[in-house]
Design a protein around this ligand. Structure first.
Ligand SMILES: NC(=O)c1ccc[n+]([C@@H]2O[C@H](COP(=O)([O-])OP(=O)(O)OC[C@H]3O[C@@H](n4cnc5c(N)ncnc54)[C@H](OP(=O)(O)O)[C@@H]3O)[C@@H](O)[C@H]2O)c1
Length: 353
């Protein structure tokens, strides 16, 4: 047991150790110029109006973080603020495809939310499940603009702050980045970009203390499938039914854990699936008709046809010195198709006769 006198001595000792006269007080706590450092940490979460993003906003708020919540549906952001309180969370409504809106919103954040320590690039979507020839180009472009262009725009905008604060970037990729499936086409490609961009950022930010993680979830129940199928509730229910999928809270817990790791630990990639999901085999098409290989003559003729300089010289030769011309075994029809005159076609008959 420590005596009262000893306690008092310890108190006095620690007070004098941090005396401003000795210039030794902990800067983080008392120096007004470093008031910023005494604040709790702040996380910016894109796509906080639904699914993973909304769950992460709640999870980080619960862990004592300040949260900047973004998304297009302002009424949902308002509901989150009502739930968690204005001290904890601030809404930042913008479309990640709108650079001006991003800049304007970030420049007018309330003072208490200005220093961003963690950026969670979560906003994203899949549109459609049709095979490539049946998709709409607009859907492909929207996925690229949201999942790729929006993500890199915001990251670029926040890099100086994140470097200054030795922050963390968490990017939402997907198992679709690694394992292709029919109908995954551009969605999978955007998520492969997100994963590779995350790894590339890690390399570029070497030595800055900034951490970067790519999270790659499998089947998780959110509004994701509703968005993908254009609001088809039956399709969404059928996908998740009996599968015990990951929940938004599962992802929120994992991301909050990553953010709470000591600053010398970086999770590069983290792939997670529900136990009910795993990989299936390759698909094989059994009615495949192979393309007939070209004969040597056809190959020669095709090569000649593709070389217009040679072809012109040959045409010239046919016109001026027909007896010296070789027809390269091209058929009569082919000679006609490439525009050679009757003389050459007669020659062909003689050479092949
Ligand atoms: N659920 C899964 O199975 C799964 C698996 C792997 C990866 N992911 C990825 O995880 C992320 C979150 O998905 P989720 O499952 O939580 O889906 P979700 O419930 O549909 O949420 C998507 C969020 O993204 C936001 N968003 C979409 N387009 C936006 C835009 N142009 N500008 C700003 N915000 C936009 C939405 O907000 P507003 O509509 O309000 O703008 C919404 O908050 C996505 O990147 C997704 O690709 C999901």
């Amino acid at each position: 047991m420590i005596s009262r006198t000893a306690k008092r001595q310890t108190k006095t000792k620690s007070a004098s150790r941090y005396s401003p006269i000795r210039g030794g007080f902990p800067r983080r706590i008392q120096n007004p110029e470093n008031r910023e450092n005494t604040k709790r940490k702040t996380v910016l979460i894109t796509g906080a109006t639904s699914g993973f993003g909304a769950a992460m906003a709640r999870r980080f708020a619960q862990a004592g973080w300040g949260v900047i919540a973004t998304g297009r549906r302002t009424e949902r952001l308002r509901a989150l603020v009502d739930e968690l309180g204005t001290e904890t969370i601030t809404p930042a409504p913008f479309d990640v495809r709108d650079v001006d809106a991003i800049n304007a919103t970030l420049s007018s954040l309330p003072e208490a939310f200005r220093g961003i320590d963690v950026l969670i690039n979560n906003a994203g979507l899949a549109l459609g499940t049709a095979p490539a020839p049946e998709t709409r180009l607009d859907d492909w472009l929207r996925m690229i603009e949201t999942n790729v262009t929006g993500l890199v725009t915001l990251t670029h905008r926040l890099l100086p702050t994140l470097i200054e604060r030795k922050g963390l970037i968490v990017n939402l990729s997907s198992v679709a980045a690694t394992y292709p499936y029919p109908g995954g086409n551009v969605y999978g490609a955007t998520k492969a970009f997100v994963r590779q961009f995350s790894l590339g950022l890690r390399s570029d930010l070497h030595g800055t203390g900034v951490r970067v993680t790519s999270i790659e979830p499998g089947l998780a129940k959110t509004e994701f499938t509703l968005v993908r199928t254009g609001g088809d509730e039956a399709a969404s229910d059928a996908l998740y039914k009996g599968a015990d999928p990951l929940t938004a809270e599962d992802i929120a817990n994992v991301v909050c854990w990553i953010a709470s790791l000591p600053p010398h630990v970086n999770i590069n990639r983290l792939e997670l699936m529900p136990v009910s999901q795993s990989w299936a085999g390759f698909q094989v098409y059994h009615d495949h008709v192979p393309r007939r290989a070209m004969s040597r003559h056809e190959a020669d003729a095709a090569a000649l046809e593709s070389s217009s300089v040679e072809l012109n010289e040959w045409r010239n030769q046919v016109a001026t010195k027909p007896d010296t011309v070789k027809t390269h075994g091209g058929s009569r029809a082919w000679l006609a198709r490439i525009g050679l005159n009757a003389k050459a076609r007669d020659l062909h008959d003689r050479q092949s006769g």
